[in-house]
Design a protein around this ligand. Structure first.
Ligand code: VGL
Ligand code: ZN
Length: 202
Protein backbone atom coordinates (compact mmCIF):
# COMPACT_ATOMS: atom_id res chain seq x y z
CA UNK A 1 0.00 0.00 0.00
CA UNK A 2 1.26 3.48 -0.88
CA UNK A 3 1.66 6.03 1.95
CA UNK A 4 -1.20 8.42 2.78
CA UNK A 5 0.48 11.41 1.11
CA UNK A 6 0.03 9.79 -2.31
CA UNK A 7 -3.11 9.87 -4.43
CA UNK A 8 -4.10 8.24 -7.72
CA UNK A 9 -5.88 10.54 -10.18
CA UNK A 10 -7.74 8.71 -12.95
CA UNK A 11 -8.57 11.07 -15.80
CA UNK A 12 -11.71 10.66 -17.96
CA UNK A 13 -11.93 6.87 -18.44
CA UNK A 14 -15.29 7.31 -20.16
CA UNK A 15 -17.02 5.53 -23.02
CA UNK A 16 -16.66 8.43 -25.47
CA UNK A 17 -12.86 8.24 -25.15
CA UNK A 18 -12.78 4.47 -25.74
CA UNK A 19 -13.11 2.42 -28.93
CA UNK A 20 -16.36 3.29 -30.71
CA UNK A 21 -16.80 6.48 -28.69
CA UNK A 22 -17.51 9.96 -30.03
CA UNK A 23 -13.95 11.18 -29.37
CA UNK A 24 -12.18 7.87 -29.59
CA UNK A 25 -8.69 7.65 -28.12
CA UNK A 26 -7.07 4.66 -29.83
CA UNK A 27 -6.97 1.75 -27.38
CA UNK A 28 -8.41 3.85 -24.56
CA UNK A 29 -10.13 0.91 -22.90
CA UNK A 30 -6.89 -1.11 -22.79
CA UNK A 31 -5.76 0.80 -19.71
CA UNK A 32 -8.76 -0.22 -17.60
CA UNK A 33 -7.39 -3.47 -16.03
CA UNK A 34 -4.20 -1.69 -14.92
CA UNK A 35 -6.14 1.29 -13.56
CA UNK A 36 -8.33 -1.06 -11.53
CA UNK A 37 -5.24 -2.75 -10.08
CA UNK A 38 -3.65 0.61 -9.26
CA UNK A 39 -6.74 1.67 -7.33
CA UNK A 40 -5.95 -1.10 -4.82
CA UNK A 41 -2.51 0.40 -4.16
CA UNK A 42 -3.59 3.90 -3.17
CA UNK A 43 -5.40 5.21 -0.11
CA UNK A 44 -6.88 8.14 -2.04
CA UNK A 45 -8.38 7.49 -5.48
CA UNK A 46 -9.98 10.27 -7.53
CA UNK A 47 -11.80 9.91 -10.84
CA UNK A 48 -12.47 12.80 -13.20
CA UNK A 49 -15.42 12.85 -15.57
CA UNK A 50 -15.74 15.13 -18.59
CA UNK A 51 -19.33 16.37 -18.20
CA UNK A 52 -20.55 18.74 -20.90
CA UNK A 53 -23.97 20.29 -21.51
CA UNK A 54 -25.24 19.77 -25.09
CA UNK A 55 -24.68 23.46 -25.86
CA UNK A 56 -21.05 23.37 -24.77
CA UNK A 57 -18.79 25.85 -26.54
CA UNK A 58 -16.05 23.22 -27.15
CA UNK A 59 -18.33 21.38 -29.61
CA UNK A 60 -17.74 22.24 -33.28
CA UNK A 61 -21.44 21.84 -34.03
CA UNK A 62 -22.20 24.79 -31.74
CA UNK A 63 -20.10 27.10 -33.98
CA UNK A 64 -21.58 27.98 -37.37
CA UNK A 65 -19.32 26.90 -40.22
CA UNK A 66 -16.79 25.10 -38.01
CA UNK A 67 -15.81 21.47 -38.04
CA UNK A 68 -14.18 19.23 -35.44
CA UNK A 69 -10.49 20.00 -34.78
CA UNK A 70 -10.79 23.59 -36.06
CA UNK A 71 -9.35 26.09 -33.58
CA UNK A 72 -11.22 29.20 -32.39
CA UNK A 73 -10.33 32.11 -30.13
CA UNK A 74 -12.22 32.16 -26.86
CA UNK A 75 -12.02 34.89 -24.19
CA UNK A 76 -9.68 32.59 -22.22
CA UNK A 77 -7.41 31.67 -25.16
CA UNK A 78 -7.50 29.39 -28.19
CA UNK A 79 -9.75 26.36 -28.09
CA UNK A 80 -9.75 23.22 -30.24
CA UNK A 81 -13.29 22.35 -31.33
CA UNK A 82 -14.25 18.76 -30.67
CA UNK A 83 -16.93 16.38 -31.88
CA UNK A 84 -19.87 16.28 -29.47
CA UNK A 85 -18.71 14.08 -26.57
CA UNK A 86 -19.38 13.30 -22.91
CA UNK A 87 -22.78 14.99 -22.86
CA UNK A 88 -24.20 14.94 -19.33
CA UNK A 89 -26.27 11.83 -18.58
CA UNK A 90 -25.45 10.20 -21.95
CA UNK A 91 -23.95 6.72 -22.24
CA UNK A 92 -20.81 8.27 -23.73
CA UNK A 93 -20.25 10.25 -20.55
CA UNK A 94 -20.44 7.17 -18.33
CA UNK A 95 -17.28 5.59 -17.04
CA UNK A 96 -16.12 2.55 -19.00
CA UNK A 97 -18.23 -0.37 -17.73
CA UNK A 98 -15.13 -2.32 -16.60
CA UNK A 99 -13.72 0.55 -14.53
CA UNK A 100 -14.22 -0.25 -10.86
CA UNK A 101 -15.90 3.00 -9.88
CA UNK A 102 -16.76 1.62 -6.43
CA UNK A 103 -13.08 1.99 -5.47
CA UNK A 104 -13.13 5.76 -6.01
CA UNK A 105 -13.14 8.11 -3.02
CA UNK A 106 -14.06 11.22 -4.96
CA UNK A 107 -15.33 12.13 -8.44
CA UNK A 108 -14.60 15.48 -10.09
CA UNK A 109 -16.97 16.51 -12.87
CA UNK A 110 -15.56 19.16 -15.19
CA UNK A 111 -16.48 21.06 -18.33
CA UNK A 112 -20.08 21.64 -17.22
CA UNK A 113 -20.12 25.40 -17.83
CA UNK A 114 -21.26 26.02 -21.43
CA UNK A 115 -18.91 28.93 -22.03
CA UNK A 116 -15.62 27.34 -20.96
CA UNK A 117 -13.82 24.04 -21.48
CA UNK A 118 -11.94 22.28 -18.71
CA UNK A 119 -9.16 19.83 -19.59
CA UNK A 120 -7.48 19.91 -16.20
CA UNK A 121 -8.70 18.19 -13.07
CA UNK A 122 -7.74 21.34 -11.13
CA UNK A 123 -8.74 24.40 -13.17
CA UNK A 124 -10.96 25.27 -16.09
CA UNK A 125 -9.22 26.39 -19.27
CA UNK A 126 -9.01 29.98 -17.99
CA UNK A 127 -6.39 28.50 -15.62
CA UNK A 128 -8.05 30.24 -12.67
CA UNK A 129 -11.50 28.79 -11.93
CA UNK A 130 -10.78 25.92 -9.51
CA UNK A 131 -12.60 22.57 -9.53
CA UNK A 132 -12.10 22.04 -5.79
CA UNK A 133 -9.73 19.09 -6.23
CA UNK A 134 -6.72 20.94 -4.80
CA UNK A 135 -8.60 21.64 -1.55
CA UNK A 136 -9.83 18.05 -1.36
CA UNK A 137 -6.28 16.66 -1.69
CA UNK A 138 -4.61 19.27 0.53
CA UNK A 139 -7.08 18.54 3.35
CA UNK A 140 -5.93 14.91 3.24
CA UNK A 141 -2.26 15.86 3.34
CA UNK A 142 -1.65 14.56 -0.18
CA UNK A 143 1.45 15.98 -1.89
CA UNK A 144 2.28 13.31 -4.48
CA UNK A 145 0.04 12.42 -7.41
CA UNK A 146 0.13 9.52 -9.82
CA UNK A 147 -1.84 10.33 -12.97
CA UNK A 148 -3.34 7.85 -15.42
CA UNK A 149 -6.19 7.97 -17.93
CA UNK A 150 -7.31 9.69 -21.13
CA UNK A 151 -6.14 11.50 -23.07
CA UNK A 152 -2.39 11.79 -22.45
CA UNK A 153 -2.01 14.90 -24.61
CA UNK A 154 -5.04 16.84 -23.33
CA UNK A 155 -6.65 16.17 -19.98
CA UNK A 156 -3.75 14.19 -18.50
CA UNK A 157 -1.25 16.81 -19.72
CA UNK A 158 -3.19 19.82 -18.39
CA UNK A 159 -3.83 18.09 -15.08
CA UNK A 160 -0.15 17.20 -14.68
CA UNK A 161 1.05 20.73 -15.45
CA UNK A 162 -1.48 22.33 -13.08
CA UNK A 163 -0.59 19.85 -10.36
CA UNK A 164 3.10 20.78 -10.62
CA UNK A 165 2.19 24.49 -10.46
CA UNK A 166 0.17 23.79 -7.32
CA UNK A 167 3.23 22.21 -5.72
CA UNK A 168 2.53 18.49 -6.07
CA UNK A 169 5.16 15.98 -7.06
CA UNK A 170 3.67 14.33 -10.16
CA UNK A 171 4.23 10.99 -11.84
CA UNK A 172 2.42 9.99 -15.05
CA UNK A 173 2.29 6.25 -15.78
CA UNK A 174 2.43 6.38 -19.56
CA UNK A 175 1.42 2.73 -19.96
CA UNK A 176 -1.86 3.54 -18.21
CA UNK A 177 -2.61 6.47 -20.54
CA UNK A 178 -3.47 6.76 -24.24
CA UNK A 179 -3.26 9.83 -26.48
CA UNK A 180 -5.35 11.49 -29.19
CA UNK A 181 -2.19 12.66 -31.04
CA UNK A 182 -3.46 15.63 -33.04
CA UNK A 183 -0.61 16.99 -35.22
CA UNK A 184 2.14 15.65 -33.00
CA UNK A 185 0.43 16.65 -29.75
CA UNK A 186 1.48 13.45 -28.01
CA UNK A 187 5.21 14.07 -28.38
CA UNK A 188 4.72 17.77 -27.50
CA UNK A 189 2.85 16.73 -24.37
CA UNK A 190 5.65 14.38 -23.28
CA UNK A 191 8.20 17.15 -23.74
CA UNK A 192 6.08 19.71 -21.85
CA UNK A 193 5.65 17.30 -18.97
CA UNK A 194 9.37 16.49 -18.85
CA UNK A 195 10.21 20.22 -18.94
CA UNK A 196 7.85 20.74 -15.97
CA UNK A 197 9.58 18.00 -13.94
CA UNK A 198 6.73 15.55 -14.28
CA UNK A 199 8.16 12.06 -13.85
CA UNK A 200 7.17 9.80 -16.76
CA UNK A 201 7.19 6.11 -15.92
CA UNK A 202 6.08 3.20 -18.06
C1 VGL B 1 -10.50 15.53 -23.44
C2 VGL B 1 -10.70 16.72 -25.39
C3 VGL B 1 -11.93 17.21 -24.99
C4 VGL B 1 -9.68 14.60 -22.61
C5 VGL B 1 -11.71 16.03 -23.03
O1 VGL B 1 -10.23 13.94 -21.72
O2 VGL B 1 -8.45 14.52 -22.85
N1 VGL B 1 -10.00 15.90 -24.62
N2 VGL B 1 -12.43 16.86 -23.81
ZN1 ZN C 1 -14.38 17.43 -23.31
Amino acid sequence: MRPANEALIVIDVQNDFCTGGALEVPGGEKIVPRVNALMDEFQTRVLTQDWHPADHSSFAENHAGKKPYDVVDMPYGSQILWPVHCVQDSEGAEFHPDLDVSKADHIVRKGFRPEIDSYSAFFENDHETPTGLDDYLSDKGVDHLTLVGLATDFCVLYSALDAVRLGYAVTVLEGATRGIDLNGSLEDARQSMLDANVVLEP
